[in-house]
Design a binder for this molecule. Structure first.
Ligand code: NAD
Length: 288
């Protein structure tokens, strides 16, 4: 494939950035990829495993000649990072991010992007519970959605080029408004993560069931919760702090439903439980 961007910079070399690198190498989407990570340890690991064509020790070296700069750090630090790289961005370059929350990231990043540089936020709906430079793999984005969330006034060509890039990484692409993105993700990802954290916390707190029993007799449902609850704490702290309104709205609705089910169990209302579970099964069957 002819490269879509000649030079790409990946800032923050964790799961998403490293997967992007291996996927770009697989498909020839980028001519040359530079990488920057804050810690010397991560940069050393990246050099050892061949992650990025050049691993840079400074942000300026990583971004200065780049046509596409990818911010792949926790959402709480996107704004500061964008301000740090702003002086070095090449006119005509595109800055994108891969953050799980969009409205707050746009509010933090857009104001510091210099005139003549495009900012086109994106969110690949793909991940695992693993993090760090060694966790990435080339097929992470295959047949997954990537949502492109252009702020008002974005240049259509920059949006189309980034969409083509994500399709080249294997994803299906949709364009969405930031507030709607944050509400959809609160339902489909953020609140389910919080519920998983809570359930694992309950098991840990329940003194009458030992930790070893929980591990030994872990049934599929709880196993899935523990896998989700093993995700990176910094990333998920930032998701809830920056997608506060949408997650609080969905959690409010969730607790109403949970109380209704709690009452049905207490009252022995099998009809309600059966009707509820039939409805939720239909949703699952619609997904597959
Ligand atoms: P990760 O923990 O694997 O990597 C994040 C990297 O950012 C780490 O190398 C960390 O050292 C670095 N970092 C943190 N603060 C920094 C700073 N101030 N300056 C420079 N580097 C810094 O995380 P990830 O899963 O790759 O997530 C990166 C972004 O992608 C996050 O915004 C997250 O919301 C988003 N995302 C994650 C997933 C997922 O499931 N993991 C899915 C889609 C999007």
């Amino acid at each position: 494939m002819t490269p879509i961007y000649d030079r790409v910079a990946l800032i923050g070399l964790g799961l998403i950035a490293s997967s992007m690198f291996w996927s770009m190498k697989r498909s020839g989407l980028a001519g040359h990829v530079t990488g920057y990570a804050r810690s010397v340890e991560t940069r050393d690991t990246a050099r050892r495993i061949g992650l990025c064509d050049t691993v840079c020790d400074t942000l300026s070296d990583a971004v200065q000649d780049s046509d596409l700069v990818v911010l792949a750090v926790p959402v709480g630090v996107m704004g500061q990072l964008a301000a740090d790289i702003a002086p070095y961005l090449k006119p005509g370059a595109t800055v994108t991010d891969v953050g799980s929350v969009k409205a707050q990231v746009i509010a933090d990043v857009a104001p510091v992007i210099p005139e003549g540089v495009h900012f086109v936020p994106a969110h690949p709906l793909a991940g695992t519970e693993h993090s760090g430079p060694e966790s990435g793999f080339a097929t992470l984005f295959d047949n997954r959605w990537c949502l492109i969330v252009p702020p008002e006034g974005s240049e259509p060509e920059a949006v189309e080029t980034l969409s083509r890039f994500w399709r080249g990484l294997g994803s299906n692409v949709d364009v969405m408004d930031a507030d709607h993105h944050d509400l959809v993700l609160a339902v489909t990802s953020h609140c389910p993560h919080l519920i998983a954290y809570t359930m694992v916390g309950v098991a840990d707190d329940l003194r009458r069931v030992t930790d070893s029993e929980v591990i030994k007799y872990s049934a599929a449902g709880f196993r899935d919760f523990t896998r989700i609850a093993a995700s990176d704490p910094t990333m998920w702290r930032d998701v809830f702090l920056t997608n506060k309104d949408a997650t609080l709205e969905i959690l409010g609705r969730f607790t109403e439903e949970l109380f209704a089910l709690q009452r049905a169990i207490r009252q022995g209302d099998g009809a309600l439980l059966h009707e509820y579970f039939t409805r939720t099964r239909a949703i699952r069957r619609g997904i597959i």
